[in-house]
Design a protein around this ligand. Sequence first.
Ligand SMILES: Nc1nc2c(ncn2[C@@H]2O[C@H](COP(=O)(O)OP(=O)(O)OP(=O)(O)O)[C@@H](O)[C@H]2O)c(=O)[nH]1
Ligand SMILES: [Mg+2]
Length: 295
Amino acid sequence: MRSGFVAILGRPNVGKSTLVNAMLSKKVSIVSPKAQTTRDAVLGILTEADTQIVFLDTPGIYFGKEKLDSHMRRSAFSSSREVDAIVYLLDAGDIDLARDFKIIDSIHSEAPIFFVLNKIDLIDPETGKKILGQIRDKYPTRPIIEASLKNNFGLKEIKAAVIPTLSGEAPFYPEDWLTDRNLDYQAKEIIREKMLYFLDKEVPHSSAVKITSFKVVKDALSIEALVVVDRESHKAIVIGKGGAMIKKISMAARQEMEKRWHRRVSSLVLKVEARPGWRSRVKDLVELGYGDTGE
Ligand SMILES: Nc1nc2c(ncn2[C@@H]2O[C@H](COP(=O)(O)OP(=O)(O)OP(=O)(O)O)[C@@H](O)[C@H]2O)c(=O)[nH]1
Ligand SMILES: [Mg+2]
């Protein structure tokens, strides 16, 4: 058995969580069209006959000023230590190589880095060649894999590249584990995912979700959660006219939970609270699960 850890790094929105879900053929990490979806390192564990690859999905790297931004940056960079390989994703449809090069040069790790140029479905081959050339000029010896991960294209090549780097000889996790995150964590992430889909980005980006009750009632799950927003005006937006928006978020989240867990969710009650400035207050960050800011 070969086993080991592979960190997935890159700027926000390049498709890191999409990669991990595609590798597992199962959603373990939330995905959205908006940047800064993932906030913590999340494991996606792929166990096959003679290999176990533990992928670390990480928050997109950007240099925001809130303490919440520090938590996300720290989760990403610390994931790159003590792994066997790093997969660094770039979005072919949104190229800004100067920024990527700055991030790549600040990754302090002994592990080999494989570049993946994702979303090649969005560009023509000529543009692709030009981008590949620019990356090769800067890093002549590093392999680059072209991918369209939304369409499962490039998965085999990424797997083939990382497997030889795995240094473990026994599985790190039980065979039937797909992720290290419990149902509470998954529930809060699913609620955040639906907020990212239905609301303009400023609102979900400055919100957090905390599960306040998680019970099994007659074989079905009954969940209560608190949605913390940054402003009173955001509270009104999340609740919507006559409660229409919060109902929409709750229904979509319930459906997603049932699909993911194969269990009935009989109720999902969401309460909304405004806590101006929570993203920079240590007490709130700790309570909401983002306490590791490195300070
Ligand atoms: N066109 C296209 N879109 C893709 C591809 N892969 C991912 N996406 C889309 O890109 C968006 C971002 O994907 P995510 O997987 O959430 O990206 P991420 O890198 O995890 O983002 P953060 O968590 O914010 O850092 C989603 O809308 C995906 O559906 C691809 O190959 N082609
Ligand atoms: Mg993500």
